[in-house]
Design a protein. Structure first.
Length: 148
């Protein structure tokens, strides 16, 4: 080993030793696969396999659900998160006591059309306590639902 390689190794070792230990996960990541024709059932099964929604959502929390609504496409094209999956997650968050659930993405296409054509805007109608469809904000990148 020449002097230059030794100095590189010593410097990189010193830098790595200074990285805070909290930067790395304390436990291994958990991945769950759930299959079947009933999207609501397999979504609930996947959440249960991860330890239940209560592991992630506490009473009074404001929750952000970030589905893939990147494209102005209908659910049949499978270009976005299926609307039933999004609805099921929102319902589970509200059941767990979330004060507010926000659903949003930053679509590549026109946001209003992306939300509407994905089926997400229409399937979430009536999920608010008043039963009225949620109003899309002026910049329709998010939908907000208050707890039940």
């Amino acid at each position: 080993m020449n002097r230059r390689d030794f100095l590189k190794l010593a410097a990189s070792s010193l830098l790595i030793s200074q990285i805070p230990q909290g930067l790395f996960a304390k436990e291994p990541s958990l991945v769950v696969v759930s299959e079947g024709p009933d999207y609501a059932a397999i979504t609930r099964k996947a959440i249960a396999s991860l330890g239940g929604i209560q592991k992630f959502v506490k009473q009074g929390d404001t929750v952000v659900v970030k589905p893939n609504i990147g494209w102005d496409r209908k659910p049949e094209y499978a270009a976005t998160t299926h609307p039933v999956v999004v609805k099921t997650i929102v319902e589970e968050c509200l059941k767990a006591g979330a004060k507010k659930v926000k659903v949003f993405d930053n679509p590549c296409n026109d946001p209003r059309r992306s939300y509407e054509n994905s089926g997400i805007a229409s399937i979430l109608k009536g999920i608010t306590p008043s039963g009225k469809p949620p109003a899309l904000p002026g910049d329709p990148k998010s939908l907000t639902f208050s707890g039940l």
